[in-house]
Design a protein around this ligand. Structure first.
Ligand SMILES: [Zn+2]
Length: 734
C-alpha cells in the first residue's frame, strides 16, 4: 500500500532552533567526512568498504526484470491460492541463495467479493460498476482472474438513496457541507480518493451517518490532467479503479479478530461485531467514468473551486433527483496468510537485522509491491553469494516477505505479535520497502536515530540517471520538491535548515507499523518514486513497469544495492550507528512547537515538564555519544560491544507506553503514530497533538505527563549506554 505524505504541520520547528541545528551539524561532522564509517573502528573500515563493493557488484537489472516478470505472471490477491504460490516461489528462491527459508501461516478474517452491483435508478436507469477496459497492447489487462474492484472489509449491504458529493471526505469537507445546509444522513456519499487513507474516509462517512460510501479516482488527482494515461503514459485512464482496504488500521492493524495477539489456528478471537477495526457501512470503489454519470445527475449548489475535480462537468453538492442502488455481498471467512521468513544465520544469533517487503497484490502489483519484491530478491541473492564465498554475517539477517499487507498489514502484524518478546530482544532495526520503484526519485522515511545513517548509505551508490551519487540526486530533488511547498507551510523544516536530503517522519501504511508503533523497533522505509497513476488497479502490471516505471530496471538494481549496503552496515557495525543526539534535538523542537500551540488555550504549562525532559534527553544522548566516541578507536571486546549495542538498540523501546495511546492501546509509541484522521501520515507526539487539535486540556495534561515519563525512560537507557561505554573504556585501559 504505502502512500508517503509530507506532514508539514509536524515538521515545523522554531526558526531559532533551526539555526541551532545548523550550527550543531556544522560543528559535529560525521565519520564519513574523515573517510570513516559511523559505527566502525578505523581498523575495520577498509574491509567493510571492500565487502560492500563486492555486494554492490552483484544486483543485476536483468535478473530483477526476470523476477518481476515471474511475480506478475498472475493476479495474486491475499487469501487466494495464487498468493500461496508466490510465497512458495519466494521461499524456494531464498533456499537456492543459501538461506534457511520457511512459510509461516496465519488464519485471518478476510472477505472476498461475491456480488458488486451499482446502478443509477433515477432520473434514468444506468448500470454502473463498470470494470477496467482491456487494452490491446497489454494482454494481461484482459485476464479473467482480475478481481472485480472492491474495498476490502466493507460489510455486505443493500442501499438505495440519493447521493451527496463530499470532495475528499475529510472532516473539513463535512463541516463545509453542514454550513452550506447539505445533509448527508441516510445518503450515499461520493468521495474522491486522496489526502487521507481510504479507511479514514469510511469512518468519517459512518460518523456522519451516511448510508453508504462510493470512492472514485478523480482525473485531476491521478489522471489526464497530470499527464498521458495508460497505455500511452503512466497516469490513470478513465476506466482505471483504485481497489483498497478500508479497515481502520489507525485503530489497530492486522487481523481484525485478534488485536495484540497472533492469528494462529487456536487464537482466541473476537466476534466480528466487537472488532473495532471493522468498517460499518457498505463502501465500494468506482472509476472516473462511472463517477461522471453520478456527478452529472447531481443538482444543488455548485461546489467551491477547490472541490471541482477534473471531469468535464460542473460539480454540484447534490442530492437532487438522482438516486443510486448499491448491493454488496461479501463472503467473510477465515483464510490463510502465508509469510515467507528467510534467515542467513550470523556468528551471533542474538542480534537480528530484519528486512521486509510484502508479496500480496491487488491484481498483478508490478510496482506495489512487485518492484520491492524483485529488488529484495536481488539483495538476498547478493548476500547469499557473499556467504557462499566464505563471508559470514556478524548478526543474523532475516528477510521477510509478508502476505496480507494490502487488506491491513496482516502478515507483518501477526508475525510481530507472535514474536514480540524475541524481536524486542534481538532486532537492531527493521528495513522496509513496499512500492520499491515507480521512477527515479529516491525517498525515505525513518526513525530520527537512523536518518543520517540512511543518507550515508546512499552516498555509496551511483544514481543511474545523473551518474552522481543517489544521495546527491535525492538531495537535489528533495529540496526542490520542498521549495514547491508554500513558504507559509514550510517555515523551517529540519531538512531546509540543514540543507540535507529530507528524510520523512515514518507513519503508517506499510509493514514497518507493527515493528515501530507496536514493538518500538527502529525502522526505515524507502523507495524510488515517479509519476504513478495506476496504484491498486489492473494496470499496475509488467507492461506499465517496462514502459514507464523503470524500463531498464536500473533503479531496481540500484535499490537492491542501497538495501544491501544498509543491511551490511547494520550487520557488521562494531557499535550500532544510531544517532540519538539528533533524535533528542528533533524531540526538543517538536515539544517546543507543541508548547507554542498550547499557548492559544493557555495550556503551555502542561507541556513544560516535557520540554525539560527533552532537554535532559539531549544531555544524556550527548553523554552517551561522547562515551562511545571515546571507545571508537579500536575494536571492542565482543561481549562488551554486545551489551552496549543491546542498550543502544533498546532506546527506542524505552519510549513505549505499555498501556498504549488513549483509545487505541495497540499503538504503544508516544512519539509517532498514524493520525486518527489522516491514516497514512505520521503524527509526531500523537497523544499531545491530537489533544491540542481537540482543545482538550485534561487529556493534554495526561498525554504531556506520559511524554515526560517516556523521555525520562529513554534518557535512563542512554545513561546506561554511557556507563557501559565508560566501563569498556576503563577495562581497555583508555
Ligand atoms: Zn504495497
Amino acid at each position: 500500500m504505502r502512500k508517503m505524505k509530507l506532514d508539514l504541520a509536524n515538521r515545523r520547528i522554531a526558526p531559532a532552533a533551526a539555526v541551532a541545528l545548523v550550527l550543531i551539524l556544522a560543528a559535529g561532522g560525521s565519520a564519513e567526512d574523515s573517510g570513516g564509517i559511523t559505527g566502525f573502528a578505523p581498523s575495520r573500515v577498509a574491509a567493510e568498504r571492500q565487502l560492500e563493493q563486492k555486494l554492490r557488484a552483484i544486483p543485476d537489472a536483468a535478473r530483477a526484470e526476470a523476477n518481476l516478470r515471474h511475480l506478475t505472471s498472475e493476479p495474486h490477491l491475499a487469501g487466494t491460492d495464487a498468493s500461496r504460490r508466490v510465497a512458495e516461489w519466494l521461499r524456494d528462491q531464498y533456499r537456492s541463495f543459501g538461506f534457511d527459508a520457511e512459510i509461516v501461516t496465519f488464519s485471518a478474517w478476510l472477505p472476498m467479493p461475491r456480488q458488486i452491483t451499482l446502478e443509477l435508478t433515477r432520473p434514468t436507469q444506468k448500470t454502473l460498476a463498470t470494470p477496467e477496459d482491456a487494452i490491446d497492447v497489454d494482454k494481461d489487462t484482459a485476464d479473467k482472474r482480475i478481481v472485480p474492484a472492491f474495498n476490502r472489509y466493507s460489510p455486505s449491504g443493500e442501499v438505495t438513496a440519493p447521493v451527496v458529493y463530499v470532495n475528499y471526505g475529510m472532516a473539513d469537507d463535512y463541516r463545509a457541507l453542514a454550513s452550506a445546509g447539505v445533509h448527508v444522513e441516510g445518503k450515499i456519499v461520493l468521495a474522491r480518493y486522496g489526502k487521507s487513507y481510504r479507511g479514514v474516509k469510511a469512518k468519517l462517512a459512518d460518523e456522519h451517518k451516511a448510508a453508504a460510501l462510493i470512492l472514485y479516482s478523480d482525473p485531476k488527482d491521478d489522471g489526464a490532467p497530470q499527464g498521458d494515461t495508460f497505455p500511452n503514459g503512466p497516469w490513470r485512464p478513465l476506466s482505471g479503479i483504485q481497489r483498497g482496504s478500508i479497515i481502520y488500521t489507525e485503530i489497530y492493524p492486522g487481523d481484525p479478530l485478534t488485536p495484540g495477539v497472533a492469528a494462529t489456528a487456536n487464537a482466541k478471537r473476537l466476534a466480528p461485531a466487537d472488532a473495532a477495526s471493522l468498517p460499518r457501512i457498505p463502501t465500494m470503489p468506482i472509476n472516473a467514468q462511472d463517477a461522471a454519470v453520478i456527478l452529472g445527475n447531481l443538482t444543488g449548489e455548485t461546489v467551491p473551486a477547490d472541490w471541482q475535480g477534473g471531469l468535464p462537468l460542473t460539480y454540484h453538492f447534490g442530492p437532487g433527483d438522482a438516486e443510486v442502488h448499491m448491493k454488496l455481498v461479501m463472503d467473510y471467512q477465515q483464510r490463510p496468510i502465508y509469510d515467507v521468513i528467510a534467515k542467513l544465520r550470523g556468528a551471533s544469533d542474538n542480534e537480528w537485522v530484519v528486512l521486509g517487503n510484502h508479496h500480496d497484490a491487488w491484481v498483478y502489483g508490478a510496482a506495489d509491491p512487485g518492484s520491492g519484491t524483485a529488488t529484495m530478491l536481488e539483495t538476498g541473492r547478493a548476500l547469499g553469494e557473499l556467504a557462499r564465498s566464505g563471508w559470514r554475517p556478524r548478526r543474523t539477517i532475516v528477510i521477510c516477505h509478508w502476505d496480507g499487507e494490502e487488506p491491513g498489514l496482516i502478515g507483518s502484524t501477526e508475525w510481530v505479535e507472535q514474536n514480540a518478546t524475541e524481536l524486542q530482544a534481538k532486532v537492531v532495526a527493521y528495513i522496509n520497502t513496499d512500492v520499491g520503484v515507480t521512477g527515479p526519485n529516491f525517498s525515505a522515511g525513518a526513525t530520527p536515530s537512523l536518518k543520517e545513517f540512511i543518507r550515508d548509505a546512499t552516498r555509496e551508490v551511483e544514481d543511474p540517471r545523473t551518474g552522481h551519487t543517489v544521495y546527491e540526486a535525492w538531495r537535489e530533488h528533495g529540496l526542490a520538491a520542498q521549495s514547491d511547498i508554500p513558504a507559509s507551510a514550510r517555515q523551517a523544516a529540519v531538512a531546509d535548515a540543514s540543507g540535507e536530503a529530507p528524510v520523512d517522519a515514518i507513519g503508517s501504511g506499510s509493514d514497518y507499523s507493527a515493528f515501530l508503533d507496536h514493538a518500538g523497533i527502529p525502522s526505515i522505509d524507502m523507495g524510488f518514486n515517479g509519476p504513478y497513476g495506476v496504484y491498486h488497479s489492473a494496470y499496475d502490471d509488467f507492461y506499465w513497469m517496462k514502459h514507464f516505471g523503470d524500463p531498464k530496471f536500473a533503479y531496481h538494481a540500484t535499490l537492491a544495492k542501497i538495501i544491501g549496503t544498509i543491511a551490511l552496515r547494520l550487520d557488521q557495525a562494531d557499535i550500532l550507528p544510531f544517532d540519538y543526539p539528533a533524535y533528542a534535538l528533533e524531540l526538543e523542537h517538536l515539544t517546543t512547537d507543541r508548547i507554542r500551540r498550547a499557548t492559544r488555550d493557555g495550556d503551555e504549562q502542561a507541556l513544560e515538564p516535557a520540554l525539560d525532559g527533552a532537554a535532559k534527553l539531549s544531555i544524556s544522548a550527548k553523554n552517551a555519544s561522547d562515551a562511545l566516541e571515546a571507545i571508537s578507536g579500536a575494536p571492542l571486546d565482543p561481549a562488551k560491544a554486545a551489551q552496549i549495542n543491546r542498550a543502544l538498540a533498546s532506546v527506542e523501546q524505552a519510549f513505549l507506553v505499555p498501556e498504549g495511546l488513549v483509545g487505541r492501546p495497540w499503538f504503544k509509541h508516544p512519539l509517532y503514530a498514524p493520525g486518527t484522521y489522516t491514516g497514512y501520515a505520521a503524527v509526531a507526539l500523537p497523544g499531545v497533538t491530537e489533544a491540542l487539535d481537540r482543545h482538550d486540556s485534561a487529556t493534554l495534561k495526561r498525554e504531556a505527563d506520559a511524554l515526560t515519563a517516556a523521555y525520562a525512560r529513554a534518557a535512563a537507557k542512554l545513561d546506561e549506554v554511557a556507563r557501559l561505554a565508560q566501563a569498556a573504556a576503563s577495562a581497555a585501559g583508555q
